[in-house]
Design a protein around this ligand. Structure first.
Ligand code: BEZ
Length: 325
C-alpha cells in the first residue's frame, strides 16, 4: 500500500472512532470507491439505518464513500488486514482476485439491473461469493448499478465505427480492456474520481460508465451525448473482513446477513425506478440515443470477449445458468 494512502486512511479512521486504542469491535467501517449519491451508497445507508434500528445486534457502521480510504487495491488490503470491516468492491476490481468475476461482464448477457439482480441467485454467482473466503473476505451479497453505456465528449456514438480510434475511459480490468480493444478504441484507465476532469480537458473522448454515475458526477455537463448501449452490467460485492467476521457472534452474523440481503433487494428496486428519471435528466442536457442492436453492432467485440474467457469454468457455468433462468 502506498504510504500516502495509508496515512490518509489512518487519519480518517482515527477521526471516526473515539481513540485508536478504544476501538469497539461493534463499530464497523465500510469503504467503497462509489461516490456519494450513487445507488451503492444508498444501499450502504440502508444497511446503516437497519443496524441502527436493531440495537440488539450491537453493531454500527461508519461509511467511507468516494475512495476516501484509497482505491480498491488499497481498500482490499485494508479489509484483509482488518483495518476496515466491510468493503463494497466493484466486480471489476474483484476480477484481480478471482477471474471468474469476469462472467458478470459478458456483453449483452444481462439486459438490465433486475436481470443482474436475478443472476445473483444462480449457483455460479453464489460460488463466486463463497470463493472469496480464500482471499480473507466473506462475501455477504451483490450490489448493482445501471448498465454500462457510453458518454461522448463530441458527437454521437451510434456504431462501432464511431468509436474506432477514440480514447475511451475504462475502469481497468481485463473484460473492459478486451472488449474495448476489440472495438478498435484506445482503452484509457481513469479512476472514477477523475473522469469529469478527464472529459472536460479532452484526455478522453468518451467514457464507459453506468448511468447512475453519469448523473451523480454530472458528466452531462462535459459531454455532448449519451448512448445507452447497455453493453455490460455493473455490479459489486459487499464483503466483510474475515477477521471481523470471526469476531462476531452467530446472532450478529445472522442479523447482518439478513440486513444486507434486504438492502441489496431494495437497491435493485431503487436503481430500476431511478433509471427513467436519470435518463430524463441527461436528456434535458445532451443528446440521448437508445442503441437497440448492440449484440449485432458490436458483434466482433462480443466475440473477442467470449473467446477470452470461455476457458474459465465458472464463467461458462454462470452464462448458461443465467440463460436458463
Ligand atoms: C466506475 O469505475 O466506473 C465505477 C466504480 C464504482 C461505482 C460506479 C462506477
Amino acid at each position: 500500500m502506498r504510504m500516502k494512502t495509508l496515512c490518509m486512511a489512518a487519519t480518517l479512521l482515527a477521526a471516526a472512532v473515539p481513540a485508536w486504542g478504544q476501538l469497539q469491535a461493534k463499530e464497523l467501517r465500510l469503504a467503497t470507491i462509489a461516490p456519494n449519491g450513487h445507488v451503492w451508497i444508498k444501499v450502504a445507508e440502508l444497511i446503516k439505518a437497519d443496524l441502527d434500528a436493531r440495537p440488539d445486534l450491537d453493531l454500527q457502521i461508519t461509511l467511507f464513500p468516494g475512495a476516501q480510504l484509497g482505491g480498491e487495491p488499497e481498500t482490499m488490503q485494508q479489509l484483509e488486514g482488518g483495518l476496515i470491516d466491510i468493503g463494497m468492491f466493484t466486480l471489476a476490481g474483484l476480477t484481480t482476485r478471482d477471474p471468474s468475476f469476469n462472467a458478470w461482464f459478458t456483453p449483452y448477457l444481462l439486459k438490465d439491473v433486475q436481470a443482474a439482480g436475478k443472476a445473483r441467485t444462480t449457483p455460479a454467482a453464489k460460488q463466486m461469493l463463497g470463493n472469496l473466503t480464500s482471499q480473507g473476505m466473506v462475501g455477504l451479497g451483490y450490489v448493482f448499478a445501471g448498465m454500462r453505456s457510453i458518454v461522448a465528449r463530441e458527437g454521437v456514438i451510434r456504431t462501432a465505427a464511431d468509436i474506432k480510434g477514440k480514447k475511451v475511459r475504462i475502469t481497468p480490468f481485463l473484460a473492459a480492456q478486451t472488449w474495448w480493444s476489440a472495438m478498435g478504441a484506445v482503452p484509457t484507465p481513469i479512476p472514477l474520481g477523475s473522469v469529469y476532469q478527464a472529459m472536460q480537458s479532452g484526455v478522453v473522448d468518451a467514457i464507459d460508465i453506468d448511468l447512475d454515475a453519469v448523473v451523480n458526477l454530472s458528466l452531462q455537463e462535459v459531454s455532448s451525448s449519451f448512448t445507452a448501449t447497455r453493453h455490460m452490467s455493473w455490479g459489486g460485492v459487499i464483503a466483510a473482513s474475515g477477521s471481523t467476521w470471526d469476531g462476531l457472534t452467530d446472532a450478529q452474523r445472522k442479523g447482518l446477513t439478513e440486513i444486507v440481503d434486504k438492502a441489496v433487494a431494495q437497491g435493485i428496486e431503487i436503481q430500476a425506478a431511478a433509471e427513467s428519471a436519470h435518463l430524463a435528466k441527461v436528456r434535458s442536457a445532451i443528446t440521448v440515443v437508445e442503441l437497440e442492436n448492440g449484440e449485432e453492432a458490436f458483434a466482433d467485440a462480443n466475440k473477442a470477449f467470449a473467446e477470452k474467457f470461455h476457458d474459465i469454468p465458472l464463467v461458462s457455468e454462470f452464462q448458461s445458468q443465467v440463460k436458463s433462468q
